[in-house]
Design a protein around this ligand. Sequence first.
Ligand code: NAD
Length: 260
Amino acid sequence: MPESRVVIVTGGTSGIGKAIALAFAKIGHKVAINGFGTHQDIDSVLAELTAAGADQVLHVPSDMTKTHEIQKLMESVEQKLGACQILVNNAGIQHTARIEDFPADKWDQIISINLSAAFHTMRLALPAMQKNNFGRILNIASVHGLVASVDKSAYVAAKHGIIGLTKVAALENANYNITANCVCPGWVKTPLVEKQVEAIALRENLSMETATEKLLSEKQPSGRFVPLEELAALCVFLSGDNASSITGMSLPVDGGWTAR
Ligand code: NAD
């Protein structure tokens, strides 16, 4: 078992973030999450993390659109668990519409949650990482950080942006044993994607099963969702001592999507 490290997973109450938080819990790290949910949902995620083996757990209810709440997240974790050693910027939202129809407030919200929030957590986490000569930054981008799709202007812009931000962090911190990488998933079955399947089913009068097949067949050659556990295992590997030379990279986990 590696030494217990302090991990923050933003958006750790659901989907990919929850799976990543669980994987870090299983190797005995101290796991802090943020993200929305009812008290009951959040207590149940924290109980799952504890049962999985987390050294300590914490939920901080910060809204990632608000800079002062992001600061509160980082300060609360430092006070209660210690300085962040592994930072996973995962919180994200989606909205689909053509550019000319895209609501301006949705653009601002997506850019702030999917991109600017990662800048804020990184600027606040890096000084202690540099002082301690250890840090792992994992930014959950997307295949949409590498290629585009119609109707996703804000999401594609934010995800391309986070890949650039990650490369800068990698270069600036290459001499501090701090790595910064992006994980770029294809379709993963989470509430974020289920909403898109429902929209296809409704728009084209299809069953959920047929809408799912349509969604996968258009982009993902494997024809199946990327398993959450595979993304989580990659994050654990990238955060470990054996990944100290992998930095500034964007790793697709996409069933062949970006190979086309
Ligand atoms: P999800 O909807 O299951 O989870 C999103 C999480 O972000 C939740 O915990 C939610 O509470 C949190 N969140 C949303 N807005 C927030 C805010 N303002 N402040 C704090 N927390 C907030 O989604 P997911 O599919 O697990 O997505 C996680 C990440 O993975 C996102 O960055 C997404 O873009 C990326 N991603 C997902 C897929 C996919 O197919 N599901 C593919 C590629 C990339």
